[in-house]
Design a protein around this ligand. Structure first.
Ligand code: APR
Length: 240
């Protein structure tokens, strides 16, 4: 089994999703706050957003919820090969998942665009107290989080690994994603093309429900632990 997660699995950890009623993109224009072109034109926009929204949400309060922990349990018991995530919050790793493929990068690392020097998010948050946009302490270059902005390439090694896992798995479990952002959203399609069963656990219907073998419109934090706790149906062994 391979899990594919989106912002919905972190919603019960207090991190807003993007496209729900109160999602981030209903308040902040992604073409300004998450686009590489706009970032290079006016980086202060993003860094004010980082300071007022991103950092407090991600680093001060977010903890893994039972949905993250359930996937980590499935990995521990050998039932789950890996988690392919669109999320940048690092909560799968904090929950104990060890094979996590981050398609959209993460906010833990912040790099200088000139000399590639790396900074922690905590350090850069401190730097934004006195200067926005924060600049590299070595070369004065612009800093950018290791998150994939709209208009940027996804990390090729992550994409390659995600496709390899999707093409080889028996069951592809989507949790908490609207499945509208490509190329990530093509990965469940590829799993299905290669013979996997597709299960979608999402609070609301998605555009891929007709492709799925099973759809559960429910919250990840309650559903996943219940699925784990339910003993697998006994295969009825043919009578000899
Ligand atoms: N349990 C299960 N599903 C949930 C929950 C929950 N507790 N809360 C919300 N959801 C569902 C919503 O119904 C929604 O369909 O999670 C989905 C989240 O969808 P999006 O907000 O579009 O997030 P996501 O699919 O991860 O977005 C993909 O878009 O902006 C980019 O890079 C960003 O990685 C992100 C990508």
């Amino acid at each position: 089994m391979v899990a594919f997660t989106g912002a919905g699995i972190s919603e019960e950890s207090g991190i807003p999703t993007y496209r729900d009623t109160n999602g981030l993109w209903t308040k902040y224009d992604p073409s300004k706050y998450a686009s590489i072109d706009y970032f290079l034109q006016d980086p202060s926009y993003y860094w004010h957003f980082f300071r007022e929204v991103r950092y407090p949400l991600l680093f001060e309060s977010a903890q893994p919820n039972p949905g993250h922990l359930a996937l980590a349990d499935l990995e521990r018991t050998g039932k789950l090969r890996c988690v392919i995530t669109q999320n940048i919050d690092g909560l799968h790793q904090e929950a104990g998942s060890t094979r996590v493929i981050e398609l959209h990068g993460n906010t833990r690392i912040i790099r200088c665009l000139e000399c590639s020097k790396e900074f922690t998010a905590e350090k850069v948050y401190e730097m934004t107290e006195t200067r926005i946009p924060p600049l590299c302490t070595d070369c004065g270059g612009l800093l950018k989080p290791a998150v994939v902005f709209f208009g940027e390439q996804l990390p090729q090694d992550a994409v390659h690994d995600a496709y390899a896992e999707a093409e080889a798995c028996d069951l592809f479990l989507v949790v908490g994603s609207s499945l509208v952002v490509y190329p990530a959203a093509h990965i469940p399609v590829r799993a299905k093309e290669c013979g996997a069963r597709l299960v979608i656990i999402n609070k609301e219907p998605t555009v891929m429900d007709t492709l799925a073998d099973a759809v559960l419109n429910a919250k990840a934090g309650t559903t996943l632990p219940q699925i784990i706790a339910t003993p697998a149906p006994q295969r009825n062994t043919p009578k000899t």
